[in-house]
Design a protein around this ligand. Sequence first.
Ligand code: AKG
Ligand code: FE2
Length: 322
Amino acid sequence: MQRETTPQVSEQTIPVIDVAPFITGGEGASDVVRQLETAARDTGFFLVTGHGVSSEITKRLYDLARSFFDFPQEWKVTQGRTTDLDGGVAFSPIADEALAATLGIKTPGDYKESLNYGPRLKGGAWPDQPAGLRQAFIDYFGEMERLAFHLRQAFCAAIGLPAEYFEPSFVDHLSALRVINYPEQEETPLPGQMRAGMHTDYGFMTILRSEASPGGLQVQRRDGEWLDAPNIEGAYVVNIGDAFMRWTNDEWVSTPHRVANPPGDRKGSARRQSIPFFLNPNAGTVIECLAPFTRHGKAAKYDPITYGEYIALKTSQAFSKS
Ligand SMILES: O=C(O)CCC(=O)C(=O)O
Ligand SMILES: [Fe+2]
């Protein structure tokens, strides 16, 4: 389904899509594919329900990460600070990262702290408390891999590619799982400082477990206005990343988003914890305009690049905030 014109801004919302008919292969699967495609072209953001992700595994990771963040700062900063272990953990303290730097915008570091893990990413030794933290990351990572597999297959159906087209790119994939704690803000943030500055995600797609809170996820519309992402219990927010946008010749969009500060009167009651899973292909994957996006005489906008080269560039930008 090819769209001829840019949608009117007023049509731009973040749809909620029940993906169960696609996953189970039932009636309505093609309707799911159509809804996903429309969302991926219009805002690049949608919520999914009917995804089959275990609520027990989600809750276990949420609760254990929360216990970790409750430990004193002096102890946390000694955890996961080396980078010599595949599948280790990395702790990133408040203001360590400024996401807006990836868009060339200079801001103070984001008002958040996070725990980061990927089976093929380097990190440090896991803390011995809270017990079960590592296993909770591993189990949730598995849940995300399963949902991501179904979504990739649906994307292939939407684009007109064989269902398994992307699978070689996800052998030994470089995906990352992050739990983010946005603490209550006792003090007024520095000028320009946000919970997470405006950015796009780097990779293929992100699957986010969000949380309703004053000061939450906002998505930028084409006219520059910010939409609050809806919060639906048990739903996941999915968005297209830059690498996939490039793969589709910019037809599927990676949309800027940010996490707003809580309003002044809610500073002390606005802790928020989110869990993004960044789905990334393996380093050798060549990102090169997919054939269906050069139909009708359209030219590929970008040269081929390996994902390894691409991610190295993006990451170095995010951590150079001075
Ligand atoms: O916490 C959120 O809701 C979004 C975080 C985010 O966009 C990111 O870490 O890339
Ligand atoms: Fe993001």
